[in-house]
Design a binder for this molecule. Structure first.
Ligand SMILES: Nc1ncnc2c1ncn2[C@@H]1O[C@H](COP(=O)(O)OP(=O)(O)OP(=O)(O)O)[C@@H](O)[C@H]1O
Ligand SMILES: [Mg+2]
Length: 385
């Protein structure tokens, strides 16, 4: 049956696996990270960095802060993406109550810090900036001045790990940064809760159509990344709709997510970079203790893995340029590291596939490209050394 009919039968208003970060999406609260934020604010740490890889829940964490203001904060102003200084100024000004503003003269970007300081008095304001790795220096510089002039303004910058480098390169900002927090990967229980809350949110009952084991298997497939959980869940549900299946157990989940992974594809073309995000599961024995897989890789593969160990994520063109190799060959090696080449996985069974995951798109070297990073498992095994 078609998806619409399938959802209706389950009494779902829409798919629970919809990829969205709208403010009404149910949140599994990050208690530890939230407590750290409250602790920083209480301790008067005024600039905090929150970093995590793609799809870990940075934007959702911002929503959590907006929904429940940290202790002591009177005003919170969230920014979803980069905005120019004038825009930021206006958004902040919009939060200050009318009675406080009316007495003051208009301020401009140079006097804004003092203006804000006066207006806030003893009230604390929290500015939260998402996607901060994309901001330009001009905005950081201006915020630094605001930070110096307005004592009760707190700032949180959320972004990919590269954000840390970006902020430290602006040395005056580095000196003021007081804290860095890294979002924890989600455990199976938290992922399970994401699905339960979302099914309830769309009007469904319990974990239907999943069985306990089916849901458990789905959560395992996400390897601690919430966005991947949604990708995989959607994939399973669509397949089950097509086949009219209303009981999703572990075997079914495994069948759907496992087989799609092993499909062999034609040799890598640059255009193959456009392939869809795939399910990141593959059947293989447990290898929790094995970590010295570098020696099983080809020299170029080892170089790719080393580069990915040092960076959050890279596109094939970036890797090609750093290694001085043509991107076709890099692309093909990446496919192998992702476990997409069946022959290679059979030939080298000790490699914990997938070593590399595709994580959606990002602007690199001036254009939108697919980016790749090490799987959490590979990173964990390698960093054990
Ligand atoms: N704490 C959470 N509770 C419930 N769902 C979550 C949570 N964290 C993330 N998700 C879900 O996972 C998906 C990815 O999360 P989110 O968009 O917040 O990640 P991100 O780190 O901001 O990603 P990106 O790097 O692409 O900006 C979202 O659709 C979100 O609903
Ligand atoms: Mg985000």
């Amino acid at each position: 049956m078609n998806r619409e009919k399938y959802y209706k039968k389950l009494r779902w208003g829409k798919s629970p696996f919809i990829k969205s970060t709208s403010i009404d999406i149910p949140i599994v609260e990050r208690k530890e990270e939230y407590a750290e934020i409250e602790e920083s604010i209480g301790g008067w740490d005024r600039i905090t960095l929150v970093t995590a890889p793609i799809g870990y829940g940075k934007t959702t964490f911002m929503n959590q802060l907006v929904k429940r203001k940290p202790r002591g904060i009177k005003y919170i102003v969230p920014f979803n993406a980069y905005e120019p200084v004038e825009e930021v100024m206006e958004r902040i000004d919009g939060k200050i109550p009318f009675y406080a503003k009316i007495l003051s003269q208009k301020s401009d970007r140079t006097t804004f810090g003092e203006y804000l300081n006066k207006k806030l008095g003893r009230s604390k304001m929290l500015l939260v900036f998402d996607e901060a790795q994309d901001y330009d220096l001009e905005l950081f510089k201006w915020l630094r001045v605001v930070n110096d002039r307005a004592d009760n303004v707190f700032m949180i910058f959320l972004g990919l790990q590269g954000l840390e480098d970006k902020i430290t390169s602006e040395s005056s900002f580095r000196d003021r940064k007081s804290k860095s927090i890294r979002l924890r990967p989600f455990n199976a229980k938290e992922l399970d809760e994401v699905v339960r809350k979302r099914i309830k949110w769309v009007g469904g009952s319990g974990i239907k159509p999943f069985t306990d084991k089916g849901l458990e298997r789905l959560c395992v497939s996400a390897g601690s990344v919430p966005r991947l959980l949604l990708d995989n869940g959607q994939r399973v549900v669509e397949e089950c709709a097509m086949r009219d299946l209303f009981t999703i157990d572990d075997g079914l989940v495994e069948g759907i997510l496992g087989t799609t992974k092993a499909v062999e594809r034609p040799p890598e073309q640059p255009a193959a970079e456009k392939e869809q995000i795939e399910t990141q599961t593959i059947e293989r024995p447990q290898q929790t203790e094995y970590y010295d897989f570098m020696k099983d890789l080809s020299p170029t593969q080892a170089d790719i893995v080393k580069l990915l160990l040092e960076t959050e994520s890279s596109s094939i063109t970036e890797l090609g340029e750093k290694l001085g190799k043509d991107i076709r060959s890099v692309g093909s090696l990446i496919r192998k590291l992702r476990g997409l080449n069946v022959e290679e996985t059979q030939r080298k069974p000790n490699i914990p596939y997938p070593v590399v995951l595709q994580h959606g798109k990002d602007v690199r070297m001036g254009r939108l490209q697919y980016v790749y990073s090490l799987s959490d498992n590979a990173r964990r095994l390698l960093s054990k050394k």
